[in-house]
Design a protein. Structure first.
Length: 170
């Protein structure tokens, strides 16, 4: 479902995959936090995983969308990635830390039946923190690889067309 929404947003079938690379990184952090806190994968923890997918994808969307916007303005994709990483780090950092700190009371609760909801909070905290650290580097790296391959393919296509004497529209 997230992929289809991103295809509509980017008008591309490739860039949504770049944004979705953040989800496995978050899942690793979520399961690690769940394991370290000695909680089980309950129904609430699974709901936390679903919530985490949306939150982490939002962080990746911030970087990919800003990079695409800079590319439309004529900036080369390498420079656009660096600028997008610098410009979008603060909003990503602020939302991630606000959510992680906001989940601490639920994660550390010791009241009646609180163990049911503790897993949800630990999943979100662990997933967001691992995503914060790795998504800021992983998403631009994957974007760089995808655009490099795309650029090579376009140059090869133009070269073959020039060999045949056909002019390609840009």
């Amino acid at each position: 479902m997230i992929y289809l929404i991103l295809v509509a947003l980017y008008d591309s079938y490739i860039y949504p995959f770049v944004a979705l690379f953040a989800i496995p990184v978050a899942a690793i952090g979520a399961f690690l936090a769940l394991n370290l806190s000695l909680n089980h994968l309950t129904l609430f923890a699974q709901l936390g995983l679903i919530m985490l997918m949306g939150l982490v994808t939002k962080n990746a969307i911030l970087i990919v969308d800003f990079t695409n916007q800079l590319k439309r303005e004529g900036v080369h994709f390498k420079e656009a990635l660096i600028l997008a990483g610098k410009e979008r780090l603060r909003p990503i950092l602020m939302t991630t830390l606000a959510l992680a700190i906001g989940m601490l009371p639920i994660a550390l609760a010791k009241g009646t039946a609180s163990e049911w909801k503790n897993g949800l909070a630990w999943v979100i905290i662990g997933g967001l923190l691992s995503s914060l650290v790795l998504t800021v580097f992983l998403v631009p790296l994957v974007y760089y690889v995808v655009d490099s391959i795309k650029e090579r393919y376009t140059k090869r296509k133009e070269f073959k067309a020039l060999e045949k004497g056909v002019k390609i529209k840009n």
